[in-house]
Design a protein around this ligand. Structure first.
Ligand SMILES: Nc1ncnc2c1ncn2[C@@H]1O[C@H](COP(=O)(O)OP(=O)(O)OP(=O)(O)O)[C@@H](O)[C@H]1O
Ligand SMILES: [Mg+2]
Length: 355
């Protein structure tokens, strides 16, 4: 669902202007990150989306309809909310925690049970193990996954997340960032994600909106913010990210490649000495072909893998191209040629910018 902020201002009764003329359009299926220093108005902006806070002026739309014209209950059901402090109900099992909104919506027992299974699998918690556990019997990362499952339970069109991973250790956090990104590409939710961690924003955001004192300083893709900051505030907040080795491979891989082939075409391809990465009609990755047979291949990268990591894979394996896999699908191939081409382009671009 699309969210539109039109000139939104929020002043609290004590005079604090938390959000100041905020205008933005968040597209359907987009992962939109709100970032900025503490107190800049991120949480206030987020809470206006599900009307936990009402704007003082301006208009907010979800789809074509003004927010105030939505039935409040309907609106809340359509917006999954994940908070920083995982607020699972302590006396309810994991299953019951996830089922809260479907219960309120009076889904049938069967429907609920199936949905709980589906969601637990989605966030990679084995239902046969975790269904009947209590929240305190789960690790912080597992509880956070339950929080995400619960927010998704009634299949909302929008997910709003307020620093959902900030209490977690870096490894769990990175895993959950990957999960949420995968989830988004699979289920096409509009996600508004608050963080104050630039690494996190750059890793997951389709677009990033940097705020200061209630105002938008810059909105743009990770590339736009890192390469074309509008002022020193943005530059300082981001730090130096213009290192080519930190670029995700999705920006240089080839979608069509001489190193990959559809399994259906395999019989027509000569027994080429270099391995080919094989996918099926659904683009699922099957492995690599060697002398006409398909063998398992575990050295793969994700679209978000950064170049320096990918290069390590090249160094430790005998391949000269790596398959780029997302949700089990082969979405591209990264070869030396791609890297060289990207490096040339990168240095040409940064040359231009420094003139
Ligand atoms: N109910 C309130 N009454 C008065 N001022 C408030 C209220 N809620 C928030 N504020 C103020 O509004 C500003 C924005 O707060 P908000 O919670 O949106 O910031 P934030 O960007 O989410 O910060 P953090 O990163 O610390 O969570 C702050 O100055 C805060 O003190
Ligand atoms: Mg906040």
């Amino acid at each position: 669902m699309m969210i539109t902020f039109e000139n939104i201002t929020k002043s609290f009764p004590d005079g604090t202007k938390a959000v100041d003329h905020f205008t933005a359009e968040i597209n359907k299926g987009e992962l939109f990150v709100l970032i900025g220093p503490s107190g800049c108005g991120k949480t206030t902006t987020l809470k206006m989306i599900n009307r936990l806070i009402e704007p003082s002026s301006g208009t907010l739309y979800i789809e074509e309809n003004e927010l105030k014209d939505w039935n409040l209950q309907e609106l809340r059901w359509n917006i999954g909310y994940v908070l920083q402090q995982i607020a699972l109900f302590p006396t309810m099992t994991i299953e019951e925690n996830i089922a809260v909104v479907p219960e309120m919506r009076k889904w049938s027992k069967n429907e609920i049970s199936e949905r709980v299974d589906e969601l637990m699998n989605m966030v990679e918690l084995d239902p046969s193990v975790y269904r009947r556990r209590m929240p305190k019997e789960l690790s912080g990362g597992e509880q956070q996954r339950v929080g995400v499952a619960r927010a998704l339970a009634a299949d909302p069109g929008i997910l709003i997340m307020d620093e959902p991973f900030s209490a977690l250790d870096p490894i769990t956090r990175e895993q959950l960032q990957k999960d949420i990104k995968d989830l988004q590409s699979r289920i096409q939710k509009t996600i508004v994600f608050v963080t104050h961690d630039m690494d996190e924003a750059l890793a997951i955001g389709d677009r990033i909106c940097l705020m200061e004192s209630g105002r938008i300083i810059q909105t743009g893709t990770p590339h736009e913010l890192t390469h074309h900051p509008v002022n020193d505030f943005v530059r300082d907040f981001i730090g130096d990210r213009t290192n080519e080795w930190d670029t995700p491979v999705k920006r240089m891989m080839s979608r069509e490649s001489e190193h990959s082939a559809n399994v259906a075409d395999l019989p027509n391809i000569p027994l080429y000495p270099a391995p080919l990465y094989i996918f099926d009609s659904d683009h699922q990755f099957l492995g690599r072909s060697r002398e006409g047979k398909i063998e398992d291949h575990s050295i793969t990268v994700s679209p978000e893998t950064v170049l320096k990591k990918a290069v390590e894979y090249f160094e430790t394996s005998d391949v000269d191209a790596l398959p780029v896999i997302e949700n089990g699908k082969l979405i591209g191939v990264l070869s030396y040629k791609d890297i060289v081409r990207y490096m040339q382009q990168f240095h040409m671009e940064s040359g231009k910018e420094s003139v």
